[in-house]
Design a protein around this ligand. Structure first.
Ligand code: ZN
Length: 376
């Protein structure tokens, strides 16, 4: 057994008392939490469990620095659609491998990763980190709901041979009612995710039935829903469908209100609120009300989103942005979001997210210069 300690140890829930050390075996499994002794190796800085990235799109890694910033979501989507297929499969694979390496260097041990296709299958099968793949469906024409779901299921089956995968909805504005029904059946009692309230025009689309998002979709697609005014926000329109899911990870939440949070609490699913602040600054130049989410005792987690809308895949950097803009949020709460709450969201808290005997969470050192090093 190896005994390690540091100036501070955060165990996934709280800071350990100063006299304590962690005992680990060769493979990094936690054997004990014990008093420091003469064999204890001391590290300068803070030890934390491996970090959990609850939202990424590894398959978009080749779009780093390719898309203009602060255009708003609608133009961002247009740019992604026009650019994503203009790269060779060799480049796409190279960039995926580089992006994974970056995540590992940054102390990330598990990833909730959105996939539209099988570009990330090869790297995921190597199991360098834990992946929960979310195979994403979108489509506004009800007539194709079944076909879209079947295609997503066949992609999911490939990922599932070596890691976890579920079929999920892309966003409230990009799916038909029929497609929602299909996914509710397909992924009942499973872990799902959805991009939620990322832009003001998403709420406007459902509440008032107007706005930039409606204009874009009605111009771009031959068949779209009517989107009549409902006087309800995006979340309050769709989220009651989510009661059949085990965990629901809502991503972005940039325009989520106290009323939306109250509504989500009334729905019988284990709701997690995933913040990707770097991507929000990149795309919309705005941030979610993180203080509100923490005040309301929401289960907050972090994601990097993709390199299409971020300069780095680094959960610690995402946390620091929230910390800078919302200094009132207790540091321990932010650290929990990066570790134990993230692990719970992805359903992997039996192994990841905390220093507890029997777990193998990965051990990360953050030194006084905020440099990240993986110890185990
Ligand atoms: Zn995303």
């Amino acid at each position: 057994m190896q005994s390690i300690s540091a100036d501070k140890i955060f165990d996934g829930y709280q800071f350990l008392e100063a006299h304590l050390a962690i005992g680990i075996n060769e493979s990094g499994t936690i054997i004990s939490i014990h008093h420091k002794n003469e064999h204890t190796v001391h590290y300068d800085g803070m030890l934390i469990p491996g970090m959990i990235n609850c939202h990424c799109h590894l398959e978009l890694s080749h779009l780093k620095n390719e898309l203009p910033k602060k255009t708003g979501l609608v133009d961002f989507i247009k740019n992604i659609v026009s650019k994503r297929n203009h790269f060779s499969s060799t480049i796409i694979q190279e960039k995926i491998i580089e992006a994974e390496k970056e995540m590992i260097q940054n102390g990330i041990v598990a990833v909730g990763d959105i996939s539209n296709g099988l570009d990330t299958l090869a790297i995921k099968n190597k199991q360098h980190v834990f992946y929960q793949t979310f195979v994403e469906c979108f489509g506004l024409d009800e007539n194709y709901a079944k076909t879209i779901t079947e295609k997503a299921k066949s992609i999911k089956n490939e990922f599932e041979k070596h890691s976890n995968a579920t079929v999920v909805l892309h966003a409230p504005y990009s799916v038909s009612e029929k497609l929602i029904e299909e996914i509710v059946n397909e992924s009942a009692q499973k872990i799902v995710t959805i991009h939620n309230q990322e832009t003001a025009s998403e709420n406007e689309l459902f509440e008032i039935g107007t706005g930039a998002m409606k204009e874009f979709f009605t111009a771009a697609f031959p068949i779209t829903p009517e989107w009549n005014a409902t006087n309800k926000t995006s979340l309050q329109n769709y989220f009651s469908h989510f009661k059949s899911f085990k965990n629901s990870i809502l991503v972005h939440n940039t325009f989520t209100s106290k009323e939306d949070i109250d509504f989500a609490k009334s729905i019988d699913t284990n709701t997690f609120w995933c913040l990707c602040p770097n991507a929000n600054l990149y795309i919309e130049n705005t941030l979610p009300n993180a203080a509100l989410l923490y005040n309301e005792n929401c289960q907050v987690v972090f994601g990097t989103d993709s390199l299409a809308s971020n300069h780095t895949l680094n959960i610690f950097e995402e946390m620091k942005i929230i910390q800078q803009h919302f200094p009132q949020i207790p540091f321990e709460k932010l650290l929990q979001s990066m570790t134990s709450v993230g692990a719970k969201a992805l359903g992997i808290d039996q192994q990841f997210g905390s220093f507890e005997v029997g777990k193998k969470p990965g051990i990360v050192l953050i030194n006084h210069a905020n440099q990240i090093n993986r110890i185990k």
